[in-house]
Design a protein around this ligand. Structure first.
Ligand code: TYD
Length: 199
C-alpha cells in the first residue's frame, strides 16, 4: 500500500505521518516513511537546491518543475518501487499532487507539461492520498514559528490560496483516491479520521 500526504505549509502533515508510522510499526507491519522532494541521498541534494533561498538568480518555474521530477524519478526507482515490491507500506510526505498544486495551480504552469511528466515518469500513483486542509493563515503562522522560512514558505498568502485551490480541484476530480482531512482539528482527531478511513 502506497499512501501519500498532501497540504499547504504547516497543516500538521509531519505529525500525522509519524503517528501513522508508529501505529503500523506497533501492528507489526513493514512500513517505511519517506518524503518528496527527497527520500534518497541524491534526491535530498535536489531538495536542497529547491528549498534554498541562497541563489543569486531566480529559479524559473520550469526548472522548479523539472527538479521536482528529477528527484521523484530517483525516489521512485530507488525507494518507493522496491519497497512496494517487497510488500511494504510506503508513507510518503507529498507526491505528484504537490506538483499540480504548487507548480500548476500556484506558479501557473500548464497541465500539459505536468501530464507529460506524469505519463512518462510516474509509473505508480498512491493508493490513498490524505489531503490535510486548514486555512492558509493558520498554517503559515505555524510555519513561521518553526524558524527560518524556505523558498516556498516565503511566498505570499495569495500563492498558497492558489495552491489550496489546486488541492480542491484534485479532490473533486479524484475523490476515490484523495481523502480530505479537516486539519483544524486536534492531531489525535486527524489521526483517528485517517485510521477510520484506512480501515
Ligand atoms: P515539505 O518539506 O513537505 O514542506 P512543509 O513541511 O513546509 O509542508 O515540502 C517542501 C516544499 O516543496 C513545500 O513547500 C512544497 C514544495 N513542493 C512542490 O512545490 N512541488 C512538489 O512536487 C513537491 C513534492 C513539493
Amino acid at each position: 500500500m502506497f499512501i501519500s500526504f498532501e497540504g499547504t505549509e504547516g497543516v500538521g502533515k509531519t505529525t500525522l505521518i509519524r503517528t501513522l508510522y508508529e501505529y503500523f510499526q506497533q501492528q507489526g507491519k513493514d512500513v517505511i516513511l519517506t518524503r518528496e522532494p527527497g527520500g534518497t541521498p541524491l534526491a535530498e541534494q535536489i531538495r536542497g537546491l529547491l528549498l534554498s533561498v541562497n541563489h543569486d538568480e531566480q529559479m524559473s518555474s520550469d526548472t522548479e518543475l523539472l527538479l521536482m521530477y528529477a528527484a521523484r524519478a530517483q525516489h521512485l526507482e530507488q525507494v518507493i518501487l522496491p519497497a512496494l515490491a517487497q510488500g511494504k507500506i510506503v508513507l510518503c510526505d507529498r507526491f505528484t499532487d504537490s506538483s499540480f498544486a504548487y507548480q500548476c495551480a500556484g506558479r501557473g504552469l500548464s497541465r500539459e507539461k505536468l501530464a507529460l511528466l506524469n505519463e512518462n515518469f510516474v509509473v505508480k500513483m498512491p493508493d490513498v492520498t490524505f489531503w490535510l486542509d486548514a486555512p492558509i493563515e493558520t498554517g503559515m503562522s505555524r510555519a513561521r514559528e518553526r524558524g527560518a522560512l524556505d523558498r516556498f514558505e516565503q511566498e505570499k498568502v495569495s500563492f498558497f490560496e492558489k495552491v489550496r485551490s489546486g488541492f480542491v480541484e484534485i479532490q473533486q476530480r479524484e475523490s476515490q483516491r484523495m481523502k480530505r482531512l479537516d486539519a483544524t482539528q486536534a492531531p489525535e482527531k486527524v489521526f483517528a479520521d485517517a485510521l477510520t478511513y484506512l480501515k
